[in-house]
Design a protein around this ligand. Structure first.
Ligand SMILES: NC(=O)c1ccc[n+]([C@@H]2O[C@H](COP(=O)([O-])OP(=O)(O)OC[C@H]3O[C@@H](n4cnc5c(N)ncnc54)[C@H](O)[C@@H]3O)[C@@H](O)[C@H]2O)c1
Length: 385
């Protein structure tokens, strides 16, 4: 049963700075947070709202203050109406949380690089850093967490920092814990390694695990533990929305598929035959259908097949996990954690640091983190990591 997520009013306020703040996932995060904080909906899908995290000192949802960067200017309330029309948000929710959407909208700053942008990467990092620092200062926030939920970008070519890495550098410079819910490079660029280790900040992994890969991280270990031989594992995804359009670019899809296939290699101990494909089907909007076809071999070489179909709404699957990550990174920062947090591997295709790959073991590691956070008084510096 979920534990309470409501509301001591005097609590310190925590910033959530979303890169891609006008997208489907970001809008669902802001609207969903307001809806749950107001008691309009249960925190279904939020792992931090389960008894595992009772008394761990996580910030209340009502204490979160949203802002962010985006390269488009569609107002957040309008974006929320479009999501409700598409069935992603409940009908009537945008009106019920209109003031929270408008407040977040006022805190969104122009991102970059914009088409034809001539600013040097250092200028962009400086400008993003200033935006985040202004937000923290103006709103009187104790701290802020930066989460990347912008469109998936193609993998980097050469040594230049891609936009997601410019934002990651800005997060570190602004003193903010960081999570990358997308397959984009973000903090994983080698040029950012010295900055990351010198920053003394905690950070989480790359590319959220919400559907097909979530299933793979459960089924892969099952085949391995039952000593069944996986011969081939093939997958196809159909989706629309902004994410579907971004992933129509083969270079962006390659970044996403690499993560899906990495989970198989890590859990099976070998890379099976088969590929993963992503098709953009605009008519599906934010709904995704993912098929997996697993060909495996049992006793005496007998050949068998498992097929799975996952039909999910990506924004509704991602948003509660982003609220979880925000709460966990905030509390970990407060408790003095630094560097990669492998205990958050539960949430990612590409966890930060060394940790297990199967969902069961990742959940156990997350439970260990909950226990350690419970033992540390809020505000008391921890030992670091
Ligand atoms: N791994 C998962 O399970 C999972 C699940 C859901 C979403 N995601 C990822 O989250 C991201 C967002 O998904 P979505 O459905 O909200 O997509 P979306 O297209 O609705 O939103 C993306 C937003 O990013 C903005 N953006 C693009 N380039 C930018 C830049 N340089 N600076 C700032 N903003 C920029 C866009 O204008 C848009 O508003 C995608 O990368 C997607 O792959 C991952």
């Amino acid at each position: 049963m979920p534990v309470s997520t409501s509301v001591p009013r005097s609590e310190p306020r925590v910033g959530v700075w979303l890169i891609g703040a006008r997208g489907s996932v970001a809008t669902t995060v802001v609207a969903g947070c307001a809806a749950v904080a107001a008691g309009l909906h249960d925190p279904t899908g939020m792992v931090t709202a389960t008894p595992l995290f009772a008394d761990t000192g996580l910030p209340e949802l009502s204490s979160l203050v949203f802002g962010g960067h985006d390269t488009v200017d569609c107002p957040l309330p309008k974006r929320a109406e479009a999501l409700a029309a598409g069935g992603v948000l409940p009908h009537g929710l945008p009106a019920a949380v209109a003031s929270e959407l408008a407040a977040a909208d006022r805190e969104i700053r122009p991102g970059g690089p914009l088409p034809g942008d001539t600013r040097h990467p250092d200028e962009l990092i400086a400008s993003f850093t200033t935006d985040i620092q202004d937000f923290v200062r103006r709103r009187g926030l104790t701290r802020a967490v930066v989460v990347n939920v912008a469109s998936t970008e193609p993998g980097p070519t050469g040594t230049a920092l891609p936009p997601s890495s410019l934002y990651a550098a800005a997060a570190l410079r602004a003193g903010c814990p960081y999570a990358n819910f997308t397959p984009s490079t973000g903090l994983n660029h080698p040029a950012l390694a010295p900055l990351a280790s010198a920053s003394g900040l905690p950070y989480a992994g790359r590319d959220g695990k919400t559907g097909q890969t979530l299933l793979r991280s459960v089924l892969g270990p099952m085949f391995a533990q039952r000593a069944l031989t996986v011969r081939a594992w093939s997958g196809t995804n159909l989706l629309g929305g902004g994410d579907g359009a971004a992933l129509a670019d083969p270079a962006a899809a390659a970044a996403k598929n690499a993560g899906k296939e990495r989970v198989l290699t890590d859990t099976l101990g070998t890379t099976p035959e088969g590929e993963t494909h992503i098709d953009d089907v605009p008519a599906l909007g934010d709904w995704k259908t993912a098929w997996d076809h697993i060909s495996f071999e049992g006793f005496l070489g007998t050949r068998m097949t498992l097929q799975t179909t996952w039909q999910g709404c990506d924004s509704a699957l991602a948003a509660p996990l982003i609220l979880d990550l925000t709460r966990l990174l905030t509390r970990a920062h407060e408790a003095g954690a630094t560097g990669p947090l492998p205990e958050l591997g539960f949430y990612f295709k590409d966890p930060a640091g060394d940790g297990p790959s199967s969902l069961g073991e990742q959940y156990a590691a997350l439970a260990g983190l909950a226990e350690r956070l419970r033992e540390r008084e809020p505000g008391r510096p921890g030992e670091g990591r």
